[in-house]
Design a protein around this ligand. Structure first.
Ligand SMILES: [Ca+2]
Ligand SMILES: [Ca+2]
Ligand SMILES: [Ca+2]
Ligand SMILES: [Ca+2]
Length: 487
């Protein structure tokens, strides 16, 4: 099946969820009733988060925590607002979380967990047993780990992150907030309505916020990445990595915002390396910086927005790029840069992109306002700048950049099949995202959608909340392809 066919088939993916047929009938709800933290055993008549994880993992009662049973859920009594770790990592290589588990904070007031720049949180390793982990309504602060300070995913897991803020987490070996190992059994990761702010990949490792790996299918939607850094390697916000040609590895980014992320190497926001399929749609990349230290000693230090290397297939639609590359040698690729290895897959524009400076990718994005492909593209000598607000609260669960004006990038895009923008806003008359202001002019080929993650003038809409487990499913077909569909 052609890539474009597959991607068309997958266009409506919102979640990648494997249906779990086991455990759901037996699952226990374990309620944490203490904000304190102490090493186990801690038999003092309360139920701490550390004890709740132990109860879920061992399917037995631990102090005042109810015995887990199968795929358990950990909740918190309403008076708990934050938990500060003091007794070591919540889980790690020696003490991984192996069984399906949901950890959910209060719906309208996220629970804060602090690692104090000493401890890590969730090390998930089902040993290829296809377990499912969910994290929602949490703020995860200042964890520290070798890889994936907040969440490390080892092999075969399905992980769903929703309404989580990752703040100031650090990894010394890649993936400041989330790290995906190179898996032998497929990992499925979905990140929705989440914020990654000020996370760091230290040392010569990549992915300030997230590092993905071989044999992963990753979906990121309606999320914001701000001020994340990979100081000595690639991918200020995300490093998408695959070195395995034989397994399908895919990253899809939709309705997300990348603002002010930086690297001293390549890919201020996103670095893509190796054999995989990457799709970026309806997203906004603003003020991300490659080679922030202007020191050209780390290899190919290009691509303020996206750096893509080797045999990666990259598709881009309806997205804004206005970034900076501080390289002083060779190509200064403010927005997107591609470098070849043995096999170079083309970058495919599906149109309606706004690109400040096409240096490095002018064969894919010829200059024009718009060009023949309905992309709005500037050059190094004549860059075009989108008129956007600073990153602010414009409604919805994440901060965004909203178009300021009635002309491009507003009303120059195309997204007619999309229900809502990053914030959850749309046209109240059509219950679709595109909204043409009465005073605005319509760009060529546009359906009134704004380019990027946010639709100006749109209103907050409330849709019936679907049963999440049944919303979308990704399964592996007999021919090895991943087939995704929504129910
Ligand atoms: Ca206790
Ligand atoms: Ca359990
Ligand atoms: Ca540098
Ligand atoms: Ca519009």
């Amino acid at each position: 099946m052609a890539l474009s066919d597959q991607l068309t088939k997958c266009r409506t993916i919102i979640l990648f969820v494997l249906i779990s047929l086991s455990g759901s009938l037996q699952a226990a709800i374990i309620t944490v009733d203490s904000s304190s933290d102490a090493a186990l055993p801690d038999d003092n008549g309360n139920c701490t988060l550390r004890e709740a994880i132990e109860a879920a993992e061992t399917n037995s009662a631990v102090d005042a925590c109810e015995a887990g049973s199968g795929a358990d859920t950990i909740e918190f009594i309403p008076s708990i607002e934050e938990i500060e770790l003091s007794a070591g990592n919540l889980s790690d290589f020696d003490n991984p979380i192996r069984q399906s588990l949901t950890i959910v904070g209060p719906e309208n007031n996220k629970l804060d967990i602090y690692g104090d720049n000493l401890f890590s949180f969730f090390y998930l390793d089902s040993f290829s047993d296809n377990q499912t982990f969910r994290f929602s309504n949490l703020r995860l602060y200042e964890s520290l780990a070798d890889r994936g300070g907040a969440i490390r995913i080892e092999n075969g897991e399905t992980v769903i992150v929703e309404n989580v803020e990752f703040n100031g987490n650090t990894a010394t070996n890649g993936g400041g907030a989330i790290f995906l190992a190179n898996a032998t059994t497929r990992i499925l990761l979905t990140v929705r309505q989440s914020t990654f702010d000020g996370n760091r990949a230290q040392g010569p490792t990549s992915g300030g916020a997230i590092r993905t790996g071989n044999n992963a299918i990753v979906g990121i939607e309606r999320s914001t990445f701000v001020d994340n850094q990979s100081l000595e390697s690639n991918g200020g916000a995300i490093s998408a990595f695959s070195n395995h040609l034989q397994v399908e590895t895919r990253v899809r980014i939709d309705h997300s915002t990348f603002s002010g992320n930086l690297t001293n190497n390549a890919g201020g926001a996103l670095s893509i390396a190796g054999a995989q399929e990457v799709e970026v749609t309806n997203s906004t990349f603003v003020g991300n910086i490659a080679n922030a230290d202007e020191n050209n000693t780390g290899g190919i230090e290009n691509g303020g927005g996206i750096f893509v290397s080797s045999s990666t297939s990259l598709i881009i639609k309806n997205s804004i790029f206005s970034n900076e590359d501080r390289s002083t040698l060779g190509v200064v690729a403010d927005d997107i840069y591609q470098v070849g290895a043995a096999v170079i897959e083309p970058i495919t524009s599906l149109g309606f992109n706004f690109i400040r400076n096409n240096n490095g990718v002018n064969s894919y994005f010829p200059s024009g306002f718009p060009n023949a492909n309905n992309d709005y593209v500037g050059t190094s000598t004549n860059p075009i700048t989108p008129s956007l607000t600073p990153l602010e609260d414009h409604g919805g669960p994440t901060r965004t950049h909203r178009p300021n004006t009635l002309s491009s990038p507003a009303n120059a895009g195309s997204c007619s099949d999309i229900l809502l923008d990053q914030r959850g806003f749309g046209n109240p008359e059509t219950f679709r995202r595109p909204l043409l202001h009465p005073e605005a002019t319509l760009g060529p080929g546009s359906d009134g959608c704004d380019i990027g993650a946010v639709e100006s003038f749109a209103e907050e809409l409330v849709f019936p909340k679907p049963e999440e487990d049944l919303l979308c499913v990704a399964i592996q077909a007999s021919n090895g392809n991943i087939v995704s569909f929504c129910l």
